[in-house]
Design a protein around this ligand. Structure first.
Ligand code: CP
Ligand code: NVA
Length: 301
């Protein structure tokens, strides 16, 4: 049997993605009720982090423990990966010892190389290109707050980064339209734009993107690995800050999402983080529940 990986939202069918979201809702309810559910007893998830993380690390680790398994945190500082052992060799060895591997790294190609050489499922915990686990949580959050996102209008305001790329894939898989407002030179991946076709519109004007939107999302202006560009980006992105006034131009049911960490006063105003339309805390919590659904999907027969 071929191993299922979760490197992007395109690795699942639309029905499977909807199933994961609904299962995330169920697992959240079970957790709230204090029900013990341990289908992953004795199962181990290795987590390779080449970049920092709060939510991804804790949600996967807590999730594995809650499901009766364990998670091992691996940083390049402490492993041979950081001293140049080939990804292919690391994948072969690690996958002979654990039941799944989660990787957060820079180049998306590295996660693909790892997956090709792994005998167990590999999960993308964020690359420079994509952050699919975050979009699972975002889609669960929209589903809980407003119901189906099918046919709705989503606005992405800010950098055309890994989160924006993943929103483009989500638009295709969950069947919504996406308006991306970003400065020239900071567009999302062209191949993804081509693939998504007229579902996606590009504009330079955040107000145009926000008009009529049911969901508005943004992210930091300088992602991990772009620290040297942070100052220049701060100037370039200034007109793209999302505020309560941005949401006032949207549909009256609009909600605001941010994958976090948030930089108040940069991509999001302080006021918006305290606005009742802001659902970022539910979004962050849902990382736990929907990723439990994901590992259950990948590991439980
Ligand atoms: N949103 C997100 O992935 O957060 P972390 O970087 O804290 O994992
Ligand atoms: N775009 C951000 C997301 C952090 C969760 C980054 O890659 O740093």
């Amino acid at each position: 049997m071929t191993v299922r990986h979760f490197l992007s939202l395109m690795d699942c069918s639309q029905a499977e993605l909807i199933g994961l979201i609904k299962r995330g809702v169920e697992l959240k309810a079970l957790h709230r009720q204090g029900v013990v559910y341990e289908p992953l007893k004795n199962r181990v998830l290795a987590m390779i982090f080449e970049k920092a993380s709060t939510r991804t690390r804790v949600s996967f680790e807590a999730g594995m423990i809650q499901l009766g398994g364990q998670a091992i945190f691996l940083s390049p500082r402490d492993t041979q990966l950081g001293r140049g052992e080939p990804i292919e060799d690391s994948a072969r060895v690690l996958s002979s010892m654990v039941d799944a591997v989660m990787i957060r790294t820079f180049a998306h190609a590295d996660v693909e190389t790892f997956a090709r050489n792994s005998t167990v499922p590999v999960i993308n915990g964020l690359t420079d290109s994509l952050h699919p686990c975050q979009l699972l949580a975002d889609m669960q959050t929209y589903h809980e707050q407003r119901g189906s996102i099918q046919g709705k209008r989503v606005a992405w305001i800010g950098d055309g980064n890994n989160m924006c790329n993943t929103f483009i894939q989500a638009a295709m898989q969950f069947d919504f339209t996406l308006s991306v407002a970003c400065p020239e030179g900071y567009e999302p991946d062209q191949a993804l734009l081509d693939q998504a076709g007229d579902r996606i519109t590009l504009t330079r004007d955040p107000r145009e993107a926000a008009a009529g939107a049911h969901l508005i999302s943004t992210d930091v202006w300088a992602s991990m690995g772009q620290e040297d560009e942070a100052e220049a980006r701060l100037k370039r992105f200034k007109p793209y800050q999302v505020t309560p006034q941005t949401l006032d131009q949207a549909d009256e049911s609009v909600i605001f999402m941010h994958c976090l960490p948030a930089h108040r006063g940069e991509e999001v105003s302080c006021e918006l983080m305290n606005d009742p339309r802001c659902v970022v805390w539910d979004q962050a919590e849902n990382r736990l529940h929907v990723q439990k659904a994901l590992v259950e999907f990948l590991l439980v027969d």
